[in-house]
Ligand binder design. Sequence first.
Ligand code: NAD
Length: 492
Amino acid sequence: MRTQIYIDGQWLNSQSDAYFDVINPATEEVIHQLPSGCEKDIDLAVAAARRAFDDQGWPQTTGQQRAAYLRKIADLIQQNSDDLAKLEVLDNGKPLAEAQGDIADAAGCFHYYANLAEQLDEQPETQIQLTDERFNCYVVNEPVGVVGAIIPWNYPLLMAAWKVAPALAAGCTVILKPAENTSLTALELAAFADEAGLPAGVLNVVTGQGSTVGHALAAHEGVDKIAFTGSGAVGSSIMSQAAQDIKRVSLELGGKSPFLVFDDCDIEAAVEWIMFGIFWNKGEVCSATSRVLIQDSIYTKVLTRLVAETKKIKIGNGLDEGVLLGPLVSKKQLDTVDQGVKRAQQVGAQLLTGGQRAAQFDKGYYYEPTILVDVPLDSEAWNEEFFGPVVCIRPFRTEQEAIANANRSKYGLAAAIMTQDSIKAKRVAQKLRAGIVWVNCSQPTFTEAPWGGFKQSGIGRELGPWGLASYLEPKQITTYMSNQAWGWYIQP
Ligand code: NAD
């Protein structure tokens, strides 16, 4: 495990000389200490990223050259995937098989954006057909500049990849600020960038608290863009700060995503996808389908199967065989989830299973998979994220009612529909106000497809060509094609 931060191609101690504890959520043991970065570290990192961008030629490299670095990083992630997956389990608590999937996806993301970097070379400019033929106009895409990437703790390396890979592919330089709970694999990423020979300053990684390091990065006038994933409150404060110097921002802020289960669906499949939608990654998922609406004619049948299957979920240390639900990431998250469930019960929600810390463990932030019904529509539980393994369920009668309740949210990240009627699926999908709609599934995520939300779930899209475009600035270059004077002030 690394013990230093990575700035300008060098491993350094923080200027603060302070450290913070890394806690294994499965055992509550302090397993490591990492530098508690400070404003001075951010100043150094931004200065290095600016030099790499402004003076040292990174934006002028070809897409092919950048692709070569990205592929080397991807290869190093793949070669070290077993160790990375274990680090992710130690840091975040997720089951090993899930962590292995994340690491493979992170490598895949670097490969994908390597290909897109090369495509930038193939299409260096786009000719624009103007109505005024005296002018010739073409558009080039240039990198946005220095990017501050601030990421959460739920998919540590994968969230880093979603931001770092497209930013580097575009020709940007990056300062990555991992979540304080889960910084171990971000530092490994820096080590891979170093081993891949990425020029100094192109990628910098500074660990530390959000209120110091994250704040300093978001406020820094040397940063051109902040790419953030995390809570709405911090996203909103980052956007306010960005307004001071008109920084670009992209925000991915989570949601309270609805899952509509129609009575013509396959019930076994519905139960499986409801579980996947809320218990995968312990429900610490921005797109978790945490509000389930079930058509009244199959309501009891689905609930009975769901409760029975949920009770069988094996909870435990993510490194143990067969575990499907690991500990929550931190004591803070455990308390947030537990207190939220208690408040839901106080306003009338009924607990069908779970609703407490898993009693079989003396240590570790384990929480039972939890099902709440009769959750009032105007309650906090129905409208706000738990960000844990807690699903809220209500019945519905008609398609219209289901859509209305699904859309009755300040969020709009994702939604899911279970039905065997493809015409209904298409009709409902069009009416749902969400950036992602899954039909007969929940949560599958693809590097090639856009990721991001409507409404308060964020601004902008990650992944696919949309992810690359968010790190590019289009520039028009227009030429007056006549050699005669324009004739406004001086007559030809
Ligand atoms: P958070 O928003 O506080 O943290 C996310 C990242 O932002 C971390 O790297 C953190 O260090 C940084 N940060 C914190 N304060 C900052 C500031 N003032 N300026 C700049 N950066 C700052 O999230 P959290 O406290 O770890 O979790 C709280 C809630 O956020 C969760 O319960 C969940 O609802 C939500 N969340 C959402 C996602 C998502 O994927 N959208 C991920 C994690 C958490």
